[in-house]
Design a protein around this ligand. Sequence first.
Ligand SMILES: Nc1ncnc2c1ncn2[C@@H]1O[C@H](COP(=O)(O)OP(=O)(O)OP(=O)(O)O)[C@@H](O)[C@H]1O
Length: 628
Amino acid sequence: MPSDPSVDDKVDAEIAEYLTPEAARSFFLYAGAGSGKTRSLVLALQDATRKRGHDLTLRGQQIAVITFTNAAADEISSRLDFDPLITVSTIHSFAWRLVNEFQEDIRDWMKRELQASVASLQASPSKSGTKKEADRIDRLERDLERTATIDRIRRFTYNPAGENREREALNHSQVIKLTAHLLVSKPTLAHILVTRHPILFIDESQDTNKTLLEAFMHVAVEWEGRFVLGLFGDTMQRIYNEGKTDIETSIPTSWATPAKVMNHRSPERIVELGNRIRADVDDHAQQSREDRGTGTVRLFLAAASSDTVTVETVASEMMAEITGDTDWTISATDDVRTGKNPAVKRLILEHSMAAQRFGFAEIFAALRSVPGDNTSILDGSVPELQVFLNQVVPLIQAHQRGDKFTVARIVRENSPLMTRERLNQVSSEAGILRAILSECQAAVDQLTNLWSGNLVPTLGQVAGVLEATRLFPLPTSIKTALMAAQVEGEAEASTAGIESWQRCLNSSFSQVERYGRYFAGETPFATHQGVKGLEFPRVMVVISDEEAGGFMFSYEKLLGAKGLTATDISNAAKGKDSSLSRTRRLMYVTASRASEALAIVAYTSDPQAVRRFAIDNEWFSDKEIITL
Ligand SMILES: Nc1ncnc2c1ncn2[C@@H]1O[C@H](COP(=O)(O)OP(=O)(O)OP(=O)(O)O)[C@@H](O)[C@H]1O
């Protein structure tokens, strides 16, 4: 039922009260999807700095806010006009700022961690000759070596945005674990925290690392009345495994637990669906705003083996017809807007599903076959592709729109043919300078010619031109793969790394470009987890266990197409987290991103069973379900 939009104003007034020194009280603000958590957080901070600004300044104190991502930190800082009385950071930066001066405590803790790790590795040998055993021996050797040299480290370091590979560096999880340990075991650190920051807010607290969150809660209990811990969150939106599962029931009784009930984002029908999805978990039903209208939801069912392009195109066309909004028909591959403002935001569970739909499946599979750490492949930062993404793609685009100035700038800034040293050497000799310029022009021509007519070259052809002309430097793996391709039968060609890079070289260059656009967030695709906190007018949630291929989530079980196992039933009875409860929460997060209309496209082994489930559980009415 729609209701009065100001229904939650009292919650903001209540929080403002808890931030005054006289009525200081820690709290957990329960705020569901679209309830304006950020707005409440910002309002509370503005109120607190207005009332306590003078005092904070005199004491050299700041209110601290911990956010889940850097983007959220920037958003909140800018909404607060970068008020110096407030420090907003991610948990890793915050934690390190707090503990980094405790160097000897860090050393002691690191020694104990290493001891524990060595003991556990020594106690658990695997079968000799296996990869697992080789990994164990490798880790053991590294830990023993680190133990032997730890006293020589002068200063431990940590970079929240870095890889922290140096021997004196802590890794991300160590910083969190260490801070939690010190906060609980070292009263001086807790004292420093509350003296520096009499108020600490934690946004998305349901996904904040459990151990550290518990440590902050411990400090808040110890310093009750003098330190306010403000937790903002929604247990139904916990999507990472690090979070504290029982946050709602572990809030001390003396703390306040205000709750917001209004959803300002979505129209009535979408809010109702969200309420149904979470009804089996808790009783935090939301209300919708009258002025948000009714909205549209549809569930499209397709057999697991269906052609995804056909199904999703038909679903989009039907959504356009049902809603009267033609933007639904803009295809995902034609949508030239940035990912932040797409016509239809398409939510997929795995990057490989975007690769399939956006046309970079071949290069993605080839990259994933490169042995070793896959992290850079899954965030788009693969070092070997940067020259193509950062120099070749913009150069070709500039050339195609006739922008000679940009072409020249890209060459000048990046080409070894145009280095300052080379130009300095010849600056007095006009003839040689002309020769260099024409060498560059010839290289650019050779590269751009690869696209002449309707041709689209392979990555290998582009790499070949770069190698031959020296227009831009090539990474070693690409050079080696190119050479191995030229000298057939070379021993190196059979090594797994080279074969994978050769597969990449055989991919069309357009795949590289699309891969880059996807990871730069310039397509309408995003993962279910990646859209946390965001909102879009039209959302298509694509569900396909078969295509996603993971074991963490099971839409088939959630939607009744697959029976529950005995373990699922026992986990549910004990309130233990399982693929079923995780999937339900993920579905709540994705469905609640839509501010106008929502299409859920479910590929399933049993469309009939899903239809029955959706109707029986009142998630969708019969007329809202379309079997394709
Ligand atoms: N009091 C309000 N009046 C009008 N609009 C509001 C109000 N509070 C929030 N909004 C709007 O509602 C939308 C949702 O707000 P916001 O993104 O802050 O919600 P949220 O609680 O962070 O949601 P989620 O947890 O789903 O990410 C935004 O478009 C915001 O501008």
